[in-house]
Design a protein around this ligand. Structure first.
Ligand SMILES: Cc1cc2nc3c(=O)[nH]c(=O)nc-3n(C[C@H](O)[C@H](O)[C@H](O)COP(=O)(O)OP(=O)(O)OC[C@H]3O[C@@H](n4cnc5c(N)ncnc54)[C@H](O)[C@@H]3O)c2cc1C
Length: 411
């Protein structure tokens, strides 16, 4: 039997792609080496545009029913300047969510199954099948069986994460790559009071707190990648002493109960990969990975699922049409990501805010409309140029402030 599409990886990007394709009537197989519910390294903030996609797909109510709190208020403190406010509405949604990956990924796997996709868990893709240079299937092995199976598909979608096996086997070209700049560590607390999301940047550290399922609060810290060995000597203590520098967050954490080990990684590459070729497509981290400091990877995975599935549905048929649709998917993805990718890589360098940047934050904090726009730019719902164009910046900090900002920019 030949499937229309075989998807490798069943988390945010893979299950969403499979669900959208199956809803359009395509015959879809999804393979993942994990068994769901399954956790993965992720601080799991799903920004407003991602939540809006779930709403559009009819999945938001189910997700909210798991008890994940909706977060509409946010506080950002950088170099002593505090910006506090709300997210701008995006497609009718004004809140972000921080669902545990055990919850969100399992919900998406169920949605793919309900749409008619065949999902095989505990099944690892070990190789691709090529026919005259075109990918025509996968070789996979179930954890319950010793033998390898071959499955055929018109297209194979790699949704298998930042170290994508599919991308490696097809030799997907990389561009705009930047090495890991920061490390990300996090843990969970019971009884840590928060009123929305909190983000802090000071010296060359970042800390944040977000409410999640089961009444818990997740706290995240970022340090420069160069300090990995020092951080690893005592992750829990280093996380807590970083929270101590973040307003009253450390004090609240010290009065709460730590309910999980501190986990994290310094394996945080930034890279674009060409997301299509003969018989193959990449979505999510497999095609575009960036530092989690802006918390946008999951939302990008959902966006890619939408763009790529649209392209596949429109393009299945004559080869020339598929190529044109895939090229359009790649262009849309890159256009929508380039500015926030550069911003993310710059933030991940963890340079302390300059005096000119602190003046800009103070100007933004003083105007509620700009505060809302600011939170929209950092959650990916408002284009960066809306706030960071020369004209807008001059309006905020004056010509001299703009010149100082321009000089302090290369970070
Ligand atoms: C520390 C950390 C914190 C983060 N915090 C955030 C955050 O707050 N907000 C946010 O939006 N993003 C965050 N991210 C990024 C986010 O986790 C990713 O962008 C997102 O998980 C990508 O989803 P995906 O579906 O593309 O890939 P993944 O979630 O990586 O899923 C890939 C799947 O493919 C499967 N797979 C891999 N290889 C094979 C194979 N050969 N055969 C079968 N299955 C295979 C894996 O088992 C896995 O289930 C964070 C990342 C890290 C590392």
């Amino acid at each position: 039997m030949t499937y229309d599409v075989i998807v490798v990886g069943a988390r945010v990007a893979g299950s969403s792609t499979a669900m959208l394709l199956a809803r359009a009537g395509l015959h879809v197989l999804v393979l993942d080496q994990a068994r769901f519910p399954s956790d993965t390294l992720s601080t799991h903030q799903l920004q407003v545009p991602g939540v809006a996609r779930l709403a559009r797909w009819g999945l938001l109510e189910k997700l909210l029913a798991t008890g994940v709190p909706a977060t509409g208020r946010v506080r950002f403190e950088n170099g002593g300047v505090v910006i506090e406010g709300a997210y701008p509405p995006h497609d009718g949604v004004e809140t972000m969510l921080s669902p545990r990956r055990t919850v969100l990924d399992a919900l998406l796997v169920d949605a793919a199954r309900e749409a008619g996709a065949e999902v095989r868990e505990a099944t690892t893709v070990e190789g691709l099948v090529f026919d005259g240079g075109r990918v025509t299937g996968v070789r996979c092995r179930s954890k319950d069986s010793a033998s390898t199976m071959t499955e055929r598909g018109t297209l194979v979608v790699g949704a298998d994460g930042r170290h994508s096996t599919v991308a490696g086997m097809v030799g997907a070209a990389e561009y705009n790559a930047r090495p890991s700049r920061s490390m990300a560590f996090y843990t969970y607390w019971q009884g840590l009071p928060v009123d929305g999301g909190e983000m802090y940047a000071f010296d060359n550290r970042v800390a944040s707190a977000w409410p999640t399922n089961d009444g818990l609060v997740m706290t995240y810290v970022a340090w420069p990648a160069a300090e990995f060995a020092a951080f690893r000597q005592d992750p829990a203590a280093n996380l807590l002493t970083t929270l101590d520098r973040a307003g009253t967050l450390g004090e609240r954490a010290r009065n709460a109960v730590s309910v999980a080990p501190t986990r994290g990684t310094n394996d945080l590459p930034n890279v674009f990969r060409k997301p299509f070729g003969p018989g193959w497509v990449l979505v999510g981290d497999a095609g575009l990975t960036m530092d989690p400091i802006t918390g946008l990877g999951m939302g990008h995975g959902l966006r890619d699922a939408e763009l790529a599935s649209r392209a596949i549905i429109a393009g299945l048929g004559p080869q020339a049409r598929l190529d044109a649709e895939m090229a359009r998917y790649a262009r849309q993805r890159d256009k929508q990501t380039k500015a926030i990718y550069d911003f993310t890589v710059s933030l991940a360098s963890l340079n302390p805010a300059t005096a000119a940047e602190r003046a800009l934050f103070a100007a933004i904090a003083a105007r509620p409309r700009d505060t809302t726009t600011f939170f929209g730019t950092i959650n990916g719902s408002v284009p960066m140029r809306r706030l960071f164009s020369p004209g807008k910046l001059i309006g905020l900090v004056g010509v001299r402030g703009f010149m100082q900002l321009a000089r302090s920019r290369p970070r």
